[in-house]
Structures are given as C-alpha cells and as structure tokens.
Design a protein around this ligand. Structure first.
Ligand code: MG
Length: 382
C-alpha cells in the first residue's frame, strides 16, 4: 500500500513535469509497473574528446581550429544516457576544470534517476560556475530518463516536432573570397548567421548579398561600442535583408542596449549578457529576446525554465549551441519547437562527431522519434 502511494506520488509529479499535452503518450509508455529504482545508484563516466573544426573559426577577438570537449555516460540499471561539455576557451572552462568537477561528483548516492531536481540541485551545489560540466551531467540524465520512459524529450514536454524553425548556418569573419566559398557550401541552409564586429562589417554583408538573397542573422559578439553608430548600422542591415542582431554591444552597456532595443527596427538578442535563469529577468526590457545555450545554462532542465520564463515575458527565444557533437545539439533541439530561431549548426562544423541525432532537412531542424535526446553512437569512443 505504501509502495503504491509512493508510486502514485512519483507518477503524479512526473505528469506535472510533462505538462498536460504530453500525457497521453506518457500514459501509454509509462505505467506504475515500469517504474525503475535500483539499490545500485547512478554511475558516471567521462572522457576528454577534442573536437576538430572544419575551418579556422574567427570571432571578433579570437580564432581557433579545435574545441575542447568532455563526453559523459550516465548508467543506471543497464541503460546509458549520453552527455557532453563543450568548452570554447573564451567561456573560462577547460578539460582540466571539467574533469576536476566531474571527478568530485558522487551520483551513486541517487538510486532513482527520476529525482531530477534533487540530482541536479546537488550537481549545481558542488561548486559554482562549471556550467558546461554541469550540462554534461544534465544532458546525460535527460537522455537516460527518456530511455527509461521510452520517449524523446520533445514528446515528454508535449511539443509538436513539426513546429521547429530553420537553423541558421554560421559564416565566420574572413576574406571576401573565403566568405563566398563558405556561402556556396552553406547553400542547403535557409538562414545564414554572420559574425560581425570588425571594420569589414558592411563588406561582409555586401559580399554575401552578391551571391545570395537568403535571410541573414548577424552576431556582433559585443563588437560595437557607440549606440548611435550601432543604430545606423542596424537600419543599414535591415535594408540588406538582415532579420535580427545578436549581442550588438558589450554586456556591461545595459542602458545603451536598452536604448538601442527601443529604437531598433530589428529584434535584438542577448547572448554574452545572459547565462542562467535569473539573467532572463535582467534581459527583459534591455533586449527583445534571448539566446539559450545548454553549455551556459547548465543543461536542458534550466533551458526549459528559461524558455518558459522568456515566453511569459513576451520575449523572443533563440536556441543556440557551441561547436558540439550531435549529442549536445540534439539535446538543445528538443526545445526547438518552442523557439523563434534555431542556431543549431555546431555539429556540422566538426569532422569527428561520434554521434548522429537531430538532422537538418531542407534547412529545418528535424527531430527524430528516438528515445531520450535522440542520439545513437556511430563511432564508439568509450
Ligand atoms: Mg552569439
């Protein structure tokens, strides 16, 4: 009797988590008799795995050919959930910090993976920062739970997979010749994302416009410092088919940014000025929308809360990523049906992806009806 009551409470909590729209499939897939607990707790393994980039990647103030990454495996009762921490150097995490963080965790104390809040609150409490390393655990836990429930997360959340947006494909700062070549390679994509923030900004856009009419998102990566010049640039960009401007000014320029957003003919999106859930409130009234990235916000659970909060504040939402394998990108893609824009091309920029998952079909983020975060291993690395 006591067990029945516990199962009922756990199941009811799960349904509250899933929301109302996902309930039918949940009922079909998940009855009280299938709830798994084990005397043996969760088991976590990890492996440093350097991502090889196809092109040298240039931002407003750095360039690189590899991205440090750590892959994770969370095991429970014979099932495995996969996760990853991708750590572009400018965000302050490294293979050393991530492996130190993951080594310090004791997840074996948890014998029920459905205690999502308890598990992730514990992971978050062990050390401050380390958001990518925390995301590596969060993603693996979501993958594991989806596999136990035999459902992909977009279904558990009750999202319609046909609502996903097109993804943008990123064109880095480069010479006109290389930019034209990169645009030609990006022909299958319906939206381009162009990195700005240097003296060559207008030349970049004119070069791209000489070869395609495709809509363009621009990411200035905090590169503009004068708000009046920034506004002039945004009007010029609008005339040239640009649809949004990401992080035009430094994250510290809050008043200038609020003025710019108020006067801008294009939506402005916060990226560097936003990391976790409380930052959404700070971005409200300063930017038109937010770019949610799992590696910055500690993973899928917080990303879902940020999306929900932003929507309740009538803000726009972009789902973004770092250079990542299909693991991180497919996890982020579970949220894409509720996003206005997706920037989920991170796995397309690397040459050694050990997973396959979310696909881009005719430029559109296309979710796969596969359990968990929807990935399968195509190259066994650990
Ligand atoms: Mg950005």
């Amino acid at each position: 009797m006591k067990t029945d009551r516990r199962n009922f409470i756990r199941t009811a909590g799960l349904f509250a988590l899933a929301g109302v729209t996902g309930l039918e499939s949940l009922f079909a897939a998940y009855g009280n008799d299938t709830i798994r607990t084990s005397k043996k707790g969760l088991s976590l393994r990890f492996l440093p795995y350097e991502l090889q980039l196809q092109h040298v990647f240039t931002l407003a103030n750095s360039s690189r050919k590899v991205t440090p990454d750590v892959l994770t495996r969370l095991e429970f009762d014979g099932l495995v959930g996969y996760g990853e921490a991708s750590m572009p150097p400018y965000l302050g995490e490294s293979v050393e910090t991530a492996t130190h963080f993951l080594s310090s965790l004791d997840v074996s104390q948890f014998t029920d993976p459905f205690q999502i809040d308890d598990i992730l609150l514990y992971v978050d409490s062990v050390m401050p920062g380390n958001t990518a390393a925390k995301a590596a655990v969060d993603i693996a836990l979501h993958d594991l739970i989806g596999k136990i429930m035999k459902q992909p997360w977009y279904k558990i959340w009750g999202f319609d997979p046909s609502d996903t947006p097109n993804t943008s494909f990123t064109i880095g700062i480069d010479t006109p010749e290389v930019v034209r070549q990169k645009v030609a390679e990006a022909a299958p994509y319906k939206v381009l994302k162009v990195k700005l923030g240097q003296a060559t900004d207008r030349q970049m856009i004119e070069t791209i416009r000489s070869v395609t009419d495709c809509p363009i998102c621009v990411d200035v990566n905090q590169g503009w410092t004068d708000r009046v010049k920034a506004l002039e640039s945004i009007f010029w960009l609008k005339e040239n088919g640009v649809v949004l401007v990401e992080q035009p000014m430094p994250k510290t320029a809050v008043d200038d940014m609020a003025w710019l957003t108020q006067n801008s003919p294009l939506p402005t999106i916060a990226d560097e000025s936003l990391q976790r859930l409380p930052d959404v409130l700070n971005a409200h009234g300063v930017y038109s929308g937010i770019n949610i990235k799992l590696m910055k916000c500690t993973g899928m659970r917080e990303a879902y809360k940020m999306l929900t909060l932003a929507r309740s504040l009538d803000m726009k939402v972009m789902i973004g990523c770092m250079t990542e394998t299909s693991c991180g990108v497919s996890a982020a893609a579970q949220l894409a049906p509720k996003a206005d824009w997706a920037d989920l091309d991170g796995n397309l920029l690397i040459t050694n992806d050990p997973f396959s998952g979310m696909q881009i079909v005719d430029g559109k983020v296309t979710l796969i009806d596969r359990r968990g975060i929807g990935v399968k291993v195509v190259k066994k690395v650990f």
